[in-house]
Design a protein around this ligand. Structure first.
Ligand SMILES: [Zn+2]
Ligand SMILES: [Zn+2]
Length: 744
């Protein structure tokens, strides 16, 4: 390093670049020009927890690198996000601090936005939204009413955990070993009316489309297959005691070996099959918490209905009831074939005293089979099913329903939206504070005007999430009127790429369902496939010391601390390089040290060469002697650029970074070879090397944008207006051209 080399001071460099971006409005979503590719990069929507964790840093560093890359290639890029701000995490945090959740959410969101800015993420920050804002949740209410009218939302009794002391229902995570998280009293299961989202009409289409999705990584596709839970098999009609029953089995070659029939407790015809003796048992099973118990065939509850039905081979089969069916095939009836099915063998052992494990076979032995059964027809079943969307909590979107004694559940007229959630609500964990608010609860019935009660259940934040990918595509000033009808939606949707954690599969599956529903209902008719995301990258989580990060283990890595010590670029570079997106990232000090050393080396090495360039003299003979070395450097650069371009386009950022570090090594090797041959660099050699370093800095922009842009500026060879441009070709001068105009 010469004494003229500008110091590598990440804090200073980063502050300067961030100020320049903000001033120029570099990341505002542009109005796409005709023929320009529209690329909406959708990052995950964080809960307003108050702090970014390393998983967020991984998510946004991946998305940001991709957004910068596509911008650099001249595409119109929308990179926007919002907070999933309703729901239990915010409510619990507010209870702990005894502040209204609205206050907590605002403070946390500001804090997290500050962290994101400091990390240099190129979001369009003007488009940030909170799902708990009135202008936002009125659309959750609109969506509720729209789906309700389309018959896709219904109300039915469901089992929920209830604490008598706290006088409230509890979420699964609030039940610890059967005890209330707050008062440690025993939790009861009660039945109460619950709102459900009907997803079954779209399962088949989700299934079909999943086969055709392009640009989805394997991890993302695997979650969609898992949630769908498709079973291929056959269906046939059985008869017994004057009744018919259609049963399903995935074992088409062994139907004749069936020894029992298993019925879902949610089967539409269950009442016809359950004898008086078993009715109490069924009631117990329904309210007895099987939803919480293990769905393992060894422990799952099974009821003998006492009924018999003629099986495929003609013999009488007992009819049992068990939620095991739901966990495997959805709410249907299934044949139990212990000879070929492990779970069925467990049930048989428990209910019929069958042998220990009939399924075990010698290697290469054919599974047992039976003659084909007449009347069996191809059939597909899905495990995915309707799910509850209402919670007895106060920090959520109010459900736009009014209960009238005369008219039942009446939808709030659209003109009366939003149903406003009181901002000053202060939950304590006891009861539902909305029940205590006459100003909220007591309203006239929209139909008859008689005194009626507002629904005090709120929507689970999973429901808000059904359309959290939409708002960023609508200009903020238009959101209160045109959330689902704004013309820009047709520009940006479907999103070119969703980047999200591997645990987002459920959200994404349901977002895909609702897109199809809104296509059929009308607003999203322009999305013919009904798919919200054309591409999808799921990534695994970040752990430390081989374990999940937790306060309890004391292994939590704080992004702020790392950024303070090493700078944002180093943190981003390290997390992108450490592992491919589909791998769990085991964080280590080594990664951050490598990244810090590498960026510092690139900085110092490049700056030294930029500064020294003018000192190199040109000698045609010397230049001719090293021309082949410059030619090799050009080829290295071409090969490197091609690989990095391909990797980055496929979001394989770890691979791209490895290719960048390799190219840097080669640029160093090139200099060593010239020195070995001539003892010094000719001006031609130095020019070629500086051009290679400029190319290297350009490829670094998506991964270490501050350092890369500052280097490009320092090179004096780049238009300050196009710092983010991606190099589409390699421009390394092999034959020397004297840059000094004649006569000077
Ligand atoms: Zn309690
Ligand atoms: Zn009424």
């Amino acid at each position: 390093m010469s004494d003229r080399t500008p110091r590598f001071d990440p804090a200073e460099i980063e502050a300067e670049r961030q100020a320049a971006w903000a001033e120029r409005g570099d990341f505002e979503a542009p109005r796409p020009e005709p023929g320009q590719a529209r690329v909406y990069v959708k990052p995950s929507s964080p809960f307003t927890s108050g702090n970014l964790h390393m998983g967020h840093v991984r998510d946004y560093s991946l998305g940001d690198a991709y957004a910068r890359f596509r911008r650099g290639r001249g595409d119109a890029v929308l990179f926007g996000f919002g907070f999933d701000a309703f729901g239990l995490p915010a409510e619990l945090a507010a209870i702990e601090r005894q502040v209204p959740p609205a206050e907590w959410v605002e403070k946390s969101g500001e804090q997290m936005l500050g962290q994101m800015r400091r990390l240099g993420y190129s979001f369009d920050y003007d488009r940030v939204f909170y799902s708990s804002d009135e202008s936002q949740y009125r659309w959750s209410q609109w969506l509720f009413l729209t789906l309700f009218e389309a018959g896709l939302i219904y109300r039915e009794d469901a089992t929920v955990d209830w604490c008598d002391t706290c006088n409230t229902t509890l979420a699964t995570i609030q039940v610890e070993d059967g005890l209330c998280w707050r008062c440690h009293n025993e939790v009861r299961l009660i039945r109460r009316p619950t709102w459900f989202l009907r997803i079954t009409p779209y399962l088949e289409e989700n299934d079909r489309n999943t086969e055709r999705l392009q640009n989805w990584n394997e991890l993302a596709l695997a979650t969609q297959h898992y949630i769908l839970g498709r079973s291929d098999g056959v269906e046939l009609d059985l008869a017994g005691a004057g009744r018919e029953l259609t049963v399903f089995s995935p074992h088409r070659a062994a139907l004749g070996l069936a020894t029992f029939v298993l019925l879902s407790p949610r089967h539409p015809e269950i009442d016809a099959w359950i004898g008086d003796g078993a009715r109490d048992e069924l009631e117990q099973l329904r309210s007895g918490g099987w939803e919480r118990s293990a769905r393992d065939a060894r422990e799952v509850p099974v009821i003998d209905t006492g009924a018999r039905i003629a099986g495929p081979a003609g013999d009488e089969l007992p009819v049992f009831v068990s939620p095991l069916v739901d966990a495997r095939f959805g709410p249907t009836a299934a044949l139990g074939v212990p000879a070929v099915d492990e779970a069925d063998a467990e049930i048989a052992k428990r209910m019929l005293g069958g042998s220990s494990n009939p399924v075990e076979r010698e290697e290469g032995e054919e599974p047992p089979s039976a003659p084909p059964v007449e009347g069996a027809r191809e059939s597909v079943h899905y495990r995915a099913n309707d799910f509850s969307i209402s919670r007895q909590r106060s920090w959520g979107t109010p459900i736009p329903i009014i209960h009238c004694e005369e008219h039942g559940a009446v939808p709030v007229p659209e003109a009366d939206l939003p149903v406003v959630l009181p901002r000053d609500i202060l939950p304590t964990g006891e009861g539902n504070p909305l029940d205590e608010r006459p100003d909220f609860v007591d309203v006239p019935c929209p139909v008859c005007g008689a005194p009626a009660k507002r629904e005090t259940d709120t929507l689970d934040c999973h429901f808000d999430a059904l359309f959290l990918w939409v708002p960023a595509a609508v200009p903020p000033e238009a959101r209160s009127e045109q959330m689902f009808t704004h013309p820009d939606l047709q520009e940006w949707l479907p999103a070119e790429r969703l980047v999200a954690g591997g645990d987002s599969g459920g959200f994404v599956f349901d977002q895909r369902i609702v897109t199809k529903a809104l296509r059929d209902i009308g607003p999203f008719a322009f999305m013919e496939e009904g798919e919200p995301f054309a591409g999808c990258l799921f990534h695994e989580m970040v752990i430390a010391d081989g374990r999940k990060m937790s306060k309890h283990l004391g292994n939590v890595v704080d992004p702020d601390e790392l950024v303070g010590k090493f700078g944002a670029d180093t943190v981003r570079f390290a997390i992108l390089r450490a592992a491919g997106p589909a791998k769990t990232l085991n964080w280590s000090e080594g990664e951050i040290k490598f990244a810090s050393r590498f960026l510092r080396n690139v900085w110092t090495y490049s700056q030294d060469r930029f500064v020294a360039l003018e000192e190199h003299r040109h000698d045609p003979e010397a230049a001719a002697d090293t021309e082949h070395l410059r030619d090799r450097l050009r080829k290295w650069c071409e090969a490197g650029l091609e690989k990095v371009t391909e990797d980055t386009g496929e979001l394989q950022m770890h691979q791209a970074i490895r290719n960048i570090t390799r190219l840097f090594e080669r640029i160093g090797q090139y200099e060593k070879r010239v020195m070995q041959r001539r003892g010094q660099l000719d001006r031609a050699d130095a020019e070629a090397q500086v051009a290679a370093l400029v190319l290297l800095a350009r490829t670094l922009v998506p991964f270490a944008p501050h350092t890369a842009e500052a280097l490009l500026l320092a090179s004096g060879r780049v238009d300050p207006e196009t710092l983010g441009a991606w190099p589409e070709q390699v421009d390394i001068p092999v034959a020397f051209e004297d840059p000094t105009p004649a006569g000077t």
